[in-house]
Design a protein around this ligand. Structure first.
Ligand code: ZN
Length: 80
């Protein structure tokens, strides 16, 4: 299940802080030629946890944007 969620400003666990940042960062991966988005920050993880999925779907992006969230694609972090 959900790991502990932390805000990225002061690393507290206040949901108000996490939500007030209004920034959803995702990484984009191509799977069989289809763009898929996965959570890259706390707010994005919170969004997928609420829905119960692993990826950020187009409808979630649309919904988040309509609520004033910025959805940003960030470079995928590499693990070697
Ligand atoms: Zn905080």
């Amino acid at each position: 299940m959900a790991e502990l969620l932390r805000c990225e400003k002061c690393t507290c666990t206040e949901l108000d802080h996490i939500v007030s940042e209004k920034l959803v960062q995702v990484t984009k991966q191509q799977v069989y030629g289809v763009d898929k988005y996965y959570p890259a920050n706390t707010m994005a993880k919170l969004a997928v946890d609420l829905v119960g999925t692993k990826q950020i779907t187009d409808s979630m992006i649309y919904c988040l944007k309509s609520y004033g969230y910025t959805v940003q694609v960030v470079a995928q972090s590499e693990t070697l």
